[in-house]
Design a protein around this ligand. Structure first.
Ligand code: SAM
Length: 291
């Protein structure tokens, strides 16, 4: 299905040492799920190894077992580890060509529904969500849309809900916006003050941000569009399959699914329930199951 791209296999992981490390990681992940109900056991292993090694260095612990000891006794250690296990990199209008394809091929179809619900799964710090609200606004659809934006990282969700980003990032966001077919000036959508850009409350008003895990939670709404970009790359194929199943169940018939540029539904057990609208841009539409 989807190969994790950020994690080339480590050069020194062969043999017994890697087996012992994996055993300790298994025990740590089991401890985390039992104590805190966060499920990481079906995440791509190479990525987890790298992140856990990074955490050991940052905390100054000698082994995964020592990390586990502290995770179980100190919630703050777990919170810090959670931030390290979830990669929250994002940008407004990331992959501008994808947003251009949304404008041209998906929004005209979404416009045929009288009201719209959209689920942004793995929304991180919110850049993707504000990009979508701007796109919907420019298509005249925002006022009849509600967006559910979900993630497992509480700190990222707080940033997303605030909708405030350092002004230094706005040059890149503006370039992306223009390449994505933006029809106005991005500055029309935010107020700059004290080195930050605060996005309009009018955009935020259409969004509910909440905690939801693709690893453990169920479908919570029927929606016309699911966007889950750059999240499945961190999952193994079993968890990718679970997530795609949730998206399929959540979508109305003929609703749309968008994934990240290295992710796809082909190869999943639900693949026959989708057709590719734009294979290049990873945009799919739910269709009746082919025989
Ligand atoms: C790289 S960011 C993607 C942000 C945004 N979608 C984008 O493409 O710019 C990946 C996000 O997935 C979230 N995530 C990781 N595991 C998750 C899970 N089980 N359920 C929901 N979100 C998860 C992380 O917390 C992180 O915020």
């Amino acid at each position: 299905m989807t190969t994790p791209i950020d994690d080339p296999p480590g050069p020194t992981e062969a043999g017994e040492a890697a087996d012992d490390l994996d055993l300790e990681i298994d025990l740590l992940l089991e401890a985390i799920v039992r104590k805190y109900s966060y499920e990481f056991r079906d995440y791509a292993r190479a990525s987890l190894r790298r992140r856990i090694r990074g955490a050991l260095d940052a905390f100054g612990f000698a082994s995964v077992s020592e990390l586990q000891h502290h995770v179980l006794r100190d919630r703050q250690v777990f919170t810090t580890l959670l931030s390290r296990l979830t990669v929250t990199v994002s940008a407004m209008f990331r992959d501008p060509g994808y947003y251009l394809a949304l404008r041209r091929e998906v929004l005209p179809m979404l416009a045929t529904w009288p009201s719209l619900k959209i689920w942004v799964a793995g929304c991180s710090t919110g850049e993707e969500v504000y990009s979508l609200t701007i796109l919907l606004d420019e298509a005249g659809l925002l006022e009849r849309t509600h967006i559910y934006a979900t993630d497992i990282n509480p700190e990222a969700l707080r940033t997303a809900a605030a909708g405030v980003y350092p002004l230094a990032r706005l040059a890149q966001f503006t370039r992306n916006y223009q390449q994505a077919g933006g029809t106005r000036s991005l500055a029309d959508y935010y107020t700059a003050a004290y080195g930050n850009a605060a996005f309009d409350r009018r955009l935020r008003a259409r969004v509910t941000f909440s905690d939801h895990s693709l690893a453990t939670d169920q479908v919570f709404a029927e929606v016309q569009f699911v966007s889950c970009r750059n999240v499945l790359i961190y999952f193994n194929s079993r968890l990718q399959d679970r997530a795609i199943g949730l998206f399929h169940d959540s979508l109305v018939m003929h609703g749309f699914l968008a994934l990240g540029s290295h992710e796809r539904v082909e190869g999943s057990t639900r693949a026959r329930g989708f057709r590719a609208v734009s294979r290049k841009d990873r945009i799919y539409q739910k269709v009746p199951y082919a025989d």
